[in-house]
Design a protein around this ligand. Sequence first.
Ligand SMILES: *[C@@H]1O[C@H](CO)[C@@H](O)[C@H](O)[C@H]1NC(C)=O
Ligand SMILES: *[C@@H]1O[C@H](CO)[C@@H](O)[C@H](O)[C@H]1NC(C)=O
Ligand SMILES: *[C@@H]1O[C@H](CO)[C@@H](O)[C@H](O)[C@H]1NC(C)=O
Length: 433
Amino acid sequence: MLLCANVRHFPPPLSAMAARDHHYIHAKKIPLFPLLSLLCFASIFLVLSFSRKTSSNPSHSQQTFRFRHTRNPDPNAAPDWSCDYSDGAWIRDPDRTGPRYDGTCKEIFKGWNCISNNKSNGRELTSWRWKPRRCDLPPFDPVSFLEKYRDTSIGFVGDSLNRNMFVSLFCTLKSVSSEVKKWRPAGADRGFTFLRYNLTIAYHRTNLLARYGRWSANANGGVLESLGYKEGFRVDVDVPEGTWAETPAFHDILIFNTGHWWWVPSKFDPVKSPMLFFENGQPVIPPVPPDVGLDMVLKHMVPFVEKQMRPDAIKFFRTQSPRHFEGGDWNQGGSCQRLQPLLPEQVEELFSLNNNGTNVEARLVNQHLYKALKGSAFHILDITQMSEYRADAHPSTSGGKKHDDCMHWCLPGITDTWNDLFIEHLNNIKFRD
Ligand SMILES: *[C@@H]1O[C@H](CO)[C@@H](O)[C@H](O)[C@H]1NC(C)=O
Ligand SMILES: *[C@@H]1O[C@H](CO)[C@@H](O)[C@H](O)[C@H]1NC(C)=O
Ligand SMILES: *[C@@H]1O[C@H](CO)[C@@H](O)[C@H](O)[C@H]1NC(C)=O
C-alpha cells in the first residue's frame, strides 16, 4: 500500500506542469517510455490492490477501479436498477475482437486517421471498453441496427465533433453494407443512404446553431457603432443556420451539439472580432458575452426544433466533447501525448471547474445545455464524463496540423462508443414496453 500511495502522486499535478511550461516543452524530447511504463505499473498496482480488497466479491473486482462519481453513497440503500451510462470506467479488454472498421474507410477525415498516420497507440485505442457501473454497453450490432431502422433518416447537426461521430457511424455501417448512395439531404454537408435498407445518415455543419456572418460598422452609424464597435460577427440568436433549418422536417432522428465555437477564441476574438448578438433583427443592447449568447440561442433553437419535428420524431442533444490540452492551449504549444486513459484524480485535476484549467469549457458548456434542455423533449446523450478519461485518444501530433489536435478524436476510437450509447438509448426509446 505504501508504494501505491506514492504512485498515486505520479505524474505531477497538471497545474504544476502548466506552471513549469518550459520544463514541459523540453521534457517532450525525452523518451516517454520510462514515464509511461511507470504510469502503467501504477495502474496495474492500483487495480491489483483494489481487487485484492474486494476479492470476496469477485464479480465486482473489475469494476472497483475508478468509480468515484457515486450518486448513491450509502451501500445499504435500496439498489437503483436504472443504469447511469456516464458512470463507469474504461477497462482494458485485450480479447475484444478488432475494431469495427479500419483506416481504409474513405470517409475518415485525414487528420483523424490515426492508424494510417502511424500514431503510436492508434491501434490500441479500441482495446479499451467503457464499462458503466450498473450495466454493460456492448458494441452495437450494425446489421441488426440497419434492419431495425429501415426507411429511417438520421441527421447529425453540429460542429466537427458531431462530424467525427457521424463518420464513426458511417464507417461501422459501411463495413457490413457497402452499397451506398452519397448525397446531401436537406442542406447536409455530406450524407449517405444505405440502399439495401433505405437508411439515411447525414451530417449538417453548424458551429453556433444560429445564423451568423461578418459584421462591420455602418458609416451612417447605429447603436453598436455608437458603442465603438467596428468589426465582429453578427449572430442572429433566433434564426437557425440554413445548413440545418430544414432538418427537423426531414429527418426522423436528430443529434445536436454545439459548444467549442462559443469558448475557444480563435475565430470570434473577443476584441478584434467579437460576437454581436441580434434578436428580432435588432442588436441586443447592452451587448452580452458569448456564454449569455449561447443561452439565448438555445432558448430559441430548442422550441424551434420541437415545433418543426413530428411528435414521434426523436431528438438528442449531445453533451460537450472534452479537449485535453496540457502545457498550454491549442495555440500555446499545448499537447496531449498520453498513451493511457487518465485516472479519476487526473480527470478532476484537468476538468474541475474549481481549477479553471485550459479545458474547463467542457463542463461549463454542459451547465448551459442542461439548463436549456430541462423540461424539453430532447434526450441528453451524456458522453462528457466517459470522454474526459481519454486523453490518449486524440490525433495529437499525428493530426498533421501546425499545432497538436487534442480536440477531435482518432477514428476508429471513442466516438464509436458514443454511437453505442446513442443506439442503446434509441432502442430504449423506440422499443421499450
Ligand atoms: C506510416 O508508416 C508506413 C510504414 O512505415 C509508411 O509507409 C507511411 O508513409 C507512414 N505514414 C505517415 C503518414 O507517416
Ligand atoms: C425511404 O425512407 C424514407 C425515410 O427516410 C421514406 O420517406 C421513404 O418513403 C423510403 N422509401 C421507400 C422506397 O420506402
Ligand atoms: C479562468 O481563467 C481565465 C484565463 O485562463 C480567466 O480569464 C477567467 O477569469 C478565469 N475564471 C475564473 C472564474 O476564475
